[in-house]
Design a binder for this molecule. Structure first.
Ligand code: NAD
Length: 360
C-alpha cells in the first residue's frame, strides 16, 4: 500500500528538516507518494497567495500532511499562515508530546508530558483592531457605553474569544487521548481568577467534561503557577490541556524541559485531517546551513506513522532516534549546549545516522 501524503516543505530551515524526515520515513520501507505543495512567502512568490487553494485542496484530499515550519513576519506583514491553516481546516487540537530521551540535554529525567492546545480561538482568533482606525474608535465607544470602562485612544485591541463549544471539544479530546494512551491525569491550565468570562468558561466546561471520565484524575492550575511548577518538578504532570495562547507558550516551555525545540514534535488534528509539524519555527538564521536538529521533524513523522496505523515502523524510528541521542556521536549542536568545542554533526548526517540505526 502507498500512502498519499501532502508535504509542505515550509521556509527557513523547513526544507532541510522535511527532507531529513522524508528520507528517514522512506527508510522504513513504507511507500509514500509525497504531494509537494507550498505555504508562506514561497507560495506568495509562486502563486500570489501565502496559503494557496491548491495547498488546502491537497490536504483535504489526502487527509494527512507533513509540514515544515513557515515564517510569520513579526508585528506587520501577512497574518500567520499556520493560524490560517489550522482555522481553515478546523484542526482544533494541537498535540505536543514532550518527553525526555536519555542523553538529551535536560536537567530532568522521566518527563513525559503531553500538551493539548486549543488551536482555533482565544487571542489567536485573528480579531484585531489597529490603533487609530475608525473601527477601533467605534469599539472604544461601545466598550465605554456597555461597560463603563475607558480604553486609551491610542490603544490597539486584540480580542480573546473563548467559546463553550471549542472548550468542550478540546477538553474532550484531551480526556479521550488520555484514555486511549493509558494516561492517568488531565490538568487544565487557565487564568480564570482574572479572566472570568473567557478562561472562567473554559474551566467550568473542563470541570463538566471531566465528570464523564471518572477513571482519569482531573485537576486545574493557574497558568503562572503551572509554569513555576513545571520548571521545578515536571514529572508529576501528565496531560495538560490549555487554551491557545497558554498552550503555545507552555509547549515551548515543556520543550525546554526535555532538551529543546530540536526534539519536540507535534500534530494539528481535526476530526478527519491531521497535519504533523514540529513545535519549532523556521529558525531563519540557520537557513541552508545544514546545522539544525531534524529530530523534532522526524519525531513528528513518527506521530504520523502512528496515525496511519504503522505502529511497528513508528516504534522502530523512535527507537532509532532515541539510540542516536543516547550514543551522542551524531547529534547537532543543540544537543551539546554546554560543552565547548563539542563534536557535532549537521542535519543530513543526523538523518543518515538514524537511517543506519534503523537498518542495523
Ligand atoms: P524558532 O523555533 O524558529 O527558533 C528559535 C530558536 O530555537 C532558534 O534560533 C534555534 O536556536 C532554536 N531551534 C529551533 N528549532 C531548532 C531545531 N530544530 N534544532 C535546533 N535548534 C532549534 O522560533 P522563532 O525564532 O521565534 O520563530 C522564527 C519564525 O518561525 C517566526 O516567523 C515564527 O512565526 C515562525 N514559527 C513558525 C511555526 C510553524 O510553522 N509551525 C512555529 C513557531 C514559529
Amino acid at each position: 500500500m502507498t500512502y498519499n501524503i501532502t508535504l509542505i516543505p515550509g521556509d527557513g530551515i523547513g526544507p532541510e528538516v522535511t527532507e531529513a524526515a522524508k528520507r528517514v520515513l522512506e527508510a522504513t520501507g513504507i511507500a509514500f507518494n509525497w504531494e509537494v505543495v507550498y505555504a508562506g512567502a514561497d507560495a506568495q512568490e509562486r502563486f500570489g497567495a501565502v496559503l494557496p487553494d491548491s495547498t488546502l485542496a491537497s490536504i483535504r484530499k489526502n487527509k494527512v500532511a507533513l509540514k515544515g515550519p513557515v515564517t510569520t513576519p513579526v508585528g506587520s506583514g501577512f497574518r500567520s499562515v499556520n493560524v490560517a491553516l489550522r482555522k481553515e481546516l478546523d484542526l482544533y487540537a494541537c498535540l505536543r508530546p514532550c518527553k525526555t530521551y536519555p542523553g538529551a540535554p535536560s536537567m530532568f529525567k522521566n518527563v513525559d508530558i503531553v500538551v493539548v492546545r486549543e488551536n482555533t480561538e482565544d487571542l489567536y482568533s485573528g480579531i484585531e483592531f489597529e490603533k487609530g482606525t475608525p473601527e477601533t474608535l467605534k469599539l472604544r465607544r461601545l466598550i465605554a457605553k456597555a461597560t463603563g470602562n475607558k480604553v486609551n485612544t491610542d490603544s490597539g485591541i486584540s480580542l480573546k474569544v473563548i467559546s463553550e463549544t471549542a472548550s468542550r471539544r478540546i477538553v474532550k479530546f484531551a480526556f479521550d487521548y488520555a484514555q486511549a494512551h493509558h494516561r492517568k491525569k488531565v490538568t487544565a491550565g487557565h487564568k480564570a481568577n482574572i479572566l472570568k468570562f473567557s478562561d472562567g468558561l473554559f474551566l467550568a466546561t473542563a470541570r463538566e467534561v471531566a465528570k464523564d471520565y471518572p477513571d482519569i484524575e482531573f485537576n486545574d492550575i493557574i497558568v503562572d503557577n503551572l509554569c513555576m511548577q513545571l520548571v521545578r518538578r515536571p514529572q508529576p504532570f501528565d496531560v495538560l490541556v490549555l487554551p491557545n495562547l497558554y498552550g503555545d507558550i507552555v509547549s515551548d516551555l515543556c520543550a525546554g524541559l526535555v532538551g529543546g525545540l530540536g526534539v519536540t514534535p507535534g500534530a494539528n488534528l481535526g476530526d478527519d485531517i491531521a497535519v504533523f509539524e514540529p513545535t519549532h519555527g523556521s529558525a531563519p538564521k540557520y537557513t541552508g546551513k545544514n546545522k539544525i536538529n531534524p529530530m523534532a521533524m522526524i519525531l513528528s513523522g513518527v506521530m504520523m506513522l502512528r496515525h496511519l496505523g504503522e505502529t511497528k515502523a513508528a516504534e522502530q524510528v523512535e527507537n532509532a532516534v532515541a539510540g542516536v541521542i543516547a550514543e551522542g556521536k551524531n547529534v547537532t549542536y543543540d544537543m551539546k549546549p554546554n560543552i565547548p568545542d563539542a563534536q557535532v554533526v549537521g542535519t543530513s548526517q543526523v538523518a543518515e545516522a538514524i537511517i543506519k540505526k534503523l537498518r542495523s
